[in-house]
Design a binder for this molecule. Structure first.
Ligand SMILES: Nc1ncnc2c1ncn2[C@@H]1O[C@H](COP(=O)(O)OP(=O)(O)OP(=O)(O)O)[C@@H](O)[C@H]1O
Ligand SMILES: [Mg+2]
Length: 399
């Protein structure tokens, strides 16, 4: 392919003698001169090269210089290429004007004066060289600018990745602290209870065994939670398996400390009237969501003047393919002004709260392609509503 920066010269004449003569006048441009013995051949060259100037014979058989000029001008690549007509004689003024209108910039009469030809060609070659220098400079500047922008973008991406890594670690550490707090507290309580009874000397072995078994279960659960959080935050990985949601919910009270549910607070589970299909969910993560929501309700009920604290977990099937879980309490409810930031990370109204529970819930539910919202019940108290798409065992929505 041609070099776009080179100032090529096209000489078009049907007479080989003339081509030779012009070639010898333009000897100093020898390596840049392209010859054509017909308008058609000239047009082919015009498609391949960027010419600094075209010297075009007017009188040619088949297609004359004017027609050729018209076609040259109509091609985008050569629409501004200077054309000098070579004419054996001056026709009338109308003819000359036609040449100019067709984009010719000059006429040279034959027989050609070598000095005039050289001079004129030189002018256009210089012009071309200067303008391509300017274009090159402009391109170089553009390239440098692009490179700078690219470097800045890469730097920004690096910074963002760094930030993301730090915040992922921060998030992971906070989430672990949050989710492990409850099982660890429960384990400590069971063990303290055992030690106390052993010290007092008043114990039945079966009671101690049961307490230690419960502590062991919580410890195992803490291990599972740790594992899931690590995988979830690092790789957004869920361990999906077919789960009977009703059973999962029915099992939730066993994961809460005994002294809370059943004594101070009534926990009511209202299962769906319709049988529910097994759902593709991450069991441990979904339990964490429910535990976090229950923990919040328990917190508000323990701290409110409400004497008969009540929490309802209700499950509904909403047509066509949605499972709805409502966690309602009869606490003070949520200040509507705080609703927009309720699920934000670190938003808390508690003196010892981490503000993580709801944020973790939302992340887990959204990873299941579901939704979680909060509103106040008509008769007071808060309601947290989870909606989950009903999936089959291959994690597809049931049609
Ligand atoms: N059932 C509820 N009734 C009223 N307000 C609630 C209820 N659940 C949550 N909230 C409000 O939402 C805030 C955020 O809850 P979230 O669980 O994210 O954090 P937290 O409970 O404050 O702290 P932690 O990280 O320890 O869970 C709470 O501080 C509380 O103000
Ligand atoms: Mg909470």
């Amino acid at each position: 392919m041609d070099n776009l920066d080179k100032a090529y010269i096209l000489v078009v004449d049907d007479n080989p003698q003339n081509l030779k003569a012009i070639g010898s006048v333009l000897k100093e441009f020898e390596h840049l001169t392209v010859f054509a013995s017909s308008a058609k051949e000239a047009l082919r060259h015009v498609l391949r090269y960027n010419f600094a100037v075209i010297l075009l014979d007017v009188q040619m058989p088949d297609m004359d210089g004017f027609e050729a000029a018209h076609l040259i001008r109509s091609r985008e690549r050569s629409s501004y290429t200077p054309i000098i007509f070579l004419s054996a004689w001056h026709k009338d003024e109308a003819e000359v004007n036609r040449g100019y209108k067709l984009g010719g910039v000059d006429y040279i009469l034959k027989p050609i004066n070598p000095d005039i030809l050289k001079y004129k060609v030189n002018v256009f070659v210089n012009l071309f060289t200067k303008s391509s220098l300017a274009v090159n400079l402009q391109n170089e500047l553009k390239k440098r600018l692009r490179a700078e922008q690219q470097a800045k973008k890469q730097q920004r991406q690096l910074e963002l990745a760094q930030l993301e890594r730090t915040s992922t670690m921060e998030e992971m550490a906070s989430a672990m602290a949050h989710e492990l707090n409850q099982p660890l507290t429960t384990i400590a309580n069971y063990i303290k209870g055992c030690v106390h009874r052993l010290n007092e000397g008043k114990y039945k072995a079966s009671d101690l065994i049961e307490a230690l078994q419960l502590a062991g279960r919580q410890a195992e659960r803490a291990g599972a939670v740790l594992h899931r959080i690590k995988n979830f935050i690092r790789k957004s990985e869920l361990y999906l398996e077919p789960v009977a949601i009703q059973e999962l919910i029915a099992n939730i009270p066993t994961l809460l400390p005994d002294e809370i549910v059943g004594t101070k607070i009534q926990l009511i589970i209202k299962p769906s009237k319709k049988p529910l299909p097994k759902m593709q969910v991450d069991k441990i993560q979904l339990e964490q969501v429910l535990l976090n929501l229950l923990r919040n309700s328990i917190d508000v009920l323990e701290n409110s003047a409400q004497l008969a604290g009540k929490i309802i977990i209700e499950t509904l099937f909403r047509q066509p393919k949605t499972l709805v879980i409502n966690i309602k309490d009869n606490g003070p409810g949520i200040d509507p002004a705080t609703l927009p930031q309720l699920f934000d990370l670190y938003y808390t109204t508690k003196s010892h709260g981490m503000g993580m529970g709801l944020s973790i819930c939302r992340t887990i539910i959204e990873a299941h392609k579901g939704n979680i919202t909060a509103f106040n019940n008509r008769r007071g108290g808060a309601c947290f509503q989870i909606t989950l798409p009903v999936m089959d065992e291959n994690a597809h929505l049931i049609p």
